[in-house]
Design a protein around this ligand. Structure first.
Ligand SMILES: *[C@@H]1O[C@H](CO)[C@@H](O)[C@H](O)[C@H]1NC(C)=O
Ligand SMILES: *[C@@H]1O[C@H](CO)[C@@H](O)[C@H](O)[C@H]1NC(C)=O
Ligand SMILES: *[C@@H]1O[C@H](CO)[C@@H](O)[C@H](O)[C@H]1NC(C)=O
Ligand SMILES: *[C@@H]1O[C@H](CO)[C@@H](O)[C@H](O)[C@H]1NC(C)=O
Length: 461
């Protein structure tokens, strides 16, 4: 009895012993870190004095016993790993004994996680290579000296392959890229990249999206843990999820005006978004593309698929919405990827929770699909009379690229001012696709809708 009551204390004492060991390990890690930073600091400097400085470093490097360092790192790694194993088994033991949950959390959060991080950090240490693998010399990454934040610099520095290997792509190094407009949003990007490696990220998807929409796209990857809803529930089963608004608890609402799905209703003037109003109301959504409407511009899915029976299998829905088009197409055994941005409402989460695939892309980028691959591109909701003709031209050429010969382009309810219609019509018709359907309906006094179903011709060139 007495022995067992002493047990937690004894454990704590032992734990402290380990902690000291861990701290010792961390000291070593930190010293190795400063060493590696010593090298990287001089690595991209250009001016001659600094070049000389770099040369002295190189000499030191030349005289440095690299094998000893490597052995040393190996040794530390082994120690860390042993420690980690011991600690982990300890945690498991404690878990079995129950009751000491506080200590378990402490071990988990304060000891095991830093240990993991230290382990990873150690493994990431690379001694700089002076020459490339082949005879090529490394060109300086043009943006690297623009940013001060170490994590951004680390991200955009090209990563040399290990031990002189050429990688699976036939390259010597991998480039991590960011959108060039990131340069214009230096302050915001530095805020975005300010975190402790391995800890939780800020709840800042909104900042990230703002950066993306302003052309800082792609964003750098981050090495922090993204937050999730604290009360996340498993999604509804697939036979129910397709036509059901998801559980409020599966969304992080912090950056929206609304705090639940009901609030996103079209009846609520403070819903916080303006495009596709009503698309969080499943009963309304159920009518789209399957019921006759009074407007000639509303084509039905069954009529479209009947043009190419069995041939339409995969496609892209480029628009703003909650995935209803993809849901209807799924019922027809067609796989649709839906683009989505979380502008004012959690569109990405809803599409995913319905069991469909959201693609988080802006208009900034070439689509991540190969040439001649898609059977269908459906576009509704995002393109209307605001879009610049040159931008539209680049987008349409990109769609043409990914659409396969015989694939269908479905422009759904594009709208613009009457007097602009000729310009836009020319844009859509310039590719000389086969016209299956073409309809224009009035939208308001001076606006019109245009819908078109066009087929990409063969390209026998
Ligand atoms: C590298 O350069 C040397 C001479 O400078 C040459 O003999 C060799 O073929 C080159 N190797 C490659 C892979 O280009
Ligand atoms: C969905 O499937 C589960 C089991 O696979 C079943 O219990 C449930 O009733 C189904 N729901 C609906 C709405 O059909
Ligand atoms: C829609 O209209 C067409 C004729 O325009 C008709 O054949 C079809 O049955 C209608 N479908 C529904 C669901 O009302
Ligand atoms: C979809 O595929 C399933 C299974 O192959 C089949 O039973 C069903 O009839 C198909 N639905 C349509 C609309 O083709």
């Amino acid at each position: 009895m007495e022995r067992s009551s002493c047990l937690p204390k004894c454990k704590l004492a032992r734990m402290m012993g380990w902690l000291q060991l861990v701290l010792g390990g961390l000291v070593i890690v930190v010293s190795i870190f400063s060493l590696s930073r010593f090298y990287s600091a001089g690595f991209f400097f250009k001016n001659e004095d600094l070049c000389n400085h770099f040369h002295t470093v190189k000499e030191v490097y030349g005289g440095f016993d690299a094998k000893a360092l490597s052995d040393r790192i190996g040794e530390v790694l082994e120690k860390l790993e042993n420690l980690q194993n011991k600690l982990e088994s300890k945690v498991q033991e404690m878990e079995k004994n129950n009751g000491i949950t506080l200590d378990k959390n402490f071990l988990d959060e304060e000891v095991l996680r830093p240990l993991h991080t230290a382990n990873v950090a150690l493994r990431l240490i690379r001694l700089p290579k002076v020459e490339g693998i082949r005879n090529s010399t490394m060109k300086e990454e043009p943006l690297i000296n623009f940013f001060v934040t170490e994590e951004i610099r680390k991200y955009i520095t090209p990563k040399e392959n290990r031990v002189g290997k050429v990688n699976v792509y036939g390259n010597e190094r991998v480039f991590n890229t960011i959108g060039h407009a990131c340069v214009l949003y230096k302050k915001e990007l530095e805020e975005y990249m300010d975190y402790d490696i391995g800890s939780y990220c800020n709840d800042d998807w909104n900042l990230a999206q703002k950066l993306m929409l302003n052309g800082c796209d792609p964003l750098p990857r981050r090495r922090c843990l993204t937050r999730a809803s604290k009360v996340y529930q498993k999604p509804y089963p697939i036979n129910e999820s397709l036509w059901r608004i998801p559980d409020d608890r599966n969304v992080r609402w912090g950056n929206y005006q609304c705090r639940n799905f009901q609030c996103l209703s079209s009846k609520n003037p403070k819903r916080g978004y303006s495009k596709c109003t009503g698309c969080f109301e499943i009963e309304k959504e159920k009518l789209k593309w399957v019921t006759n409407s009074s407007l000639a511009v509303d084509f039905l899915i069954k009529d479209v698929l009947a043009i190419k029976p069995g041939e339409i299998r995969i496609g892209l829905d480029f628009g703003i919405g909650t995935g209803t088009f993809a849901a209807r197409m799924r019922e027809q055994n067609v796989t649709i990827i839906s683009t989505a941005l979380n502008i004012g409402a959690p569109f990405n989460e809803v599409i995913a929770l319905r069991g469909l695939v959201p693609l988080y892309v802006t208009l900034d980028q070439r689509l991540p699909f190969f040439d001649n691959t898609m059977d269908l591109i459906h576009s509704s909701g995002f393109m209307d009379g605001w879009i610049d003709l040159l931008l539209l031209d680049f987008i349409l050429y990109d769609w043409d690229r990914i659409l396969r010969p015989g694939g269908l382009l479905w422009i759904d309810r594009f709208f613009c001012k009457k007097q602009d219609l000729d310009d836009y019509m020319y844009m859509f018709l310039q590719f000389r696709y086969k016209k299956h359907k073409w309809a224009i309906s009035p939208k308001s006094k001076d606006e019109v809708y245009l819908s078109a179903l066009l087929e990409k011709p063969p390209r026998a060139i």
